[in-house]
Design a protein around this ligand. Sequence first.
Ligand code: HEM
Length: 441
Amino acid sequence: MTQPDTTPGLRGRVAHLLEHGPGGPADPHSWRSPLRGPWLTSVLAVALLIGLPVLIVTGLLSYAAYDPALGGSNDQTPGAGLLASWIRFDWFTSPSWLYRVTQGTHVLLGIALIPLVLAKLWSVAPKLFAWPPVRSPAQALERLSLLLLVGSILFLLLTGVMNVQYDYAWGFSFYTGHFYAAWVFIAAFASHVALKLPTMLRTLRSRSFREELRTSTADTVPEPLDPYGLVSPAPEPATVSRRGALAWAGGSSLTLLALSIGQSIDPLRPTALLSPRGQSYGDGPNDFQVNTTFREIGIDPVQTGPSWRLRLVGPGDRSVVLSREDLLGMRQVTEELPIACVEGWSTSQRWTGVRLRDLAALVGGDGADSVFVESLQQAGAFSTMSLTGKQIRADKTLLALRVNGADLSLDHGFPARMVIPAAPGVRNTKWVEALTFGRPS
Ligand code: HEM
């Protein structure tokens, strides 16, 4: 006798799926950690609530520091005007260490926050798989914003770290990708904080932080079941206390910070084990970091030899051509100024050269509102760069010929390079061959 077929049909299977979910991570019982709960999530949220806004502000300042209103190489993010017109102002020229601090903070904080973001995501992991995925239009909107929040922060952290490591493995401009993802993140982050802040404050008040830090692993018990679905309904015994879990997350952040901070503080340079530009670059006066060597950028040393000339063009098309000897014959000024890279490394050195405003005066460009700087380098995204009138007139803006008492090396821009106070490293054009005053690119 044949048995009746009891396997459910497609309809039955769909009905079962809708009612019970697909199992696996969508089943709350599969999440067994007794540590997960609104309190731990809220403590991690506080750390992110302090760190992420600093990351956002310093990131936006980095965009402003390129003086994007001058166009051309200064603004590498097409269409950014709509989002960024309000942060386009003439970038500061003092204090000279300004960009060193803002961008050093941006990169170091971005690296140090990685473990805390991952810990926060771990603490809410069951919610990422919650079943059913959508219960109402309002909840669908919230889930979409969470998808954008999680997706954008992971994208920003990943591209940021890869950029710091000079691993350009993507087929798009870092500036464009990082800039637009940052705006997605800012919008999603603002709405997430607005929605969760009351929950966070309420939850933090519900338990004593001190008490929690005193609790050993043996005494660690799950939080009471919560309306958010973070607490496990089937917890296993604790293998680490909440204090231990927070120490792991915080300790990992501090370790990453300790292994990276030397890239921004000269005496700590040998400790920057995670920074590809944190180590030694030979010896002597030119022993400090470079992003691009003359070979990488295709500079022929012959171009920088005795035949090299600097072309100055004024707003009224007055022009002057100067040799390196002519420049060395002008008034020389020495300034201690940092080179601070967008990748976060920075170093302060003693530069000697001619004030840019003295060069401007030779061609009637004293009152110019910009100068267009051209390099011998033909390749690379920053072979030309515009500077503002404020930068032309700043006491400390130099066309440097020497560093730490010696001629510039070829890698540092011999025969002459720009050194601008408070500006991003790539604005300090190397191997300068022409300066045109009064004409933005
Ligand atoms: C990169 C930063 C952050 C990411 C990626 C993130 C992600 C998430 C996700 C995916 C959830 C689960 C939400 C759900 O499905 O309902 C969540 C919950 C939560 N988040 Fe965040 N969050 C971040 C920062 C913050 C900050 C700064 C706060 C501070 C207000 C915060 C407060 C909370 C709270 C209190 C919860 C638990 C309550 C709940 O699930 O409804 N988060 N977070």
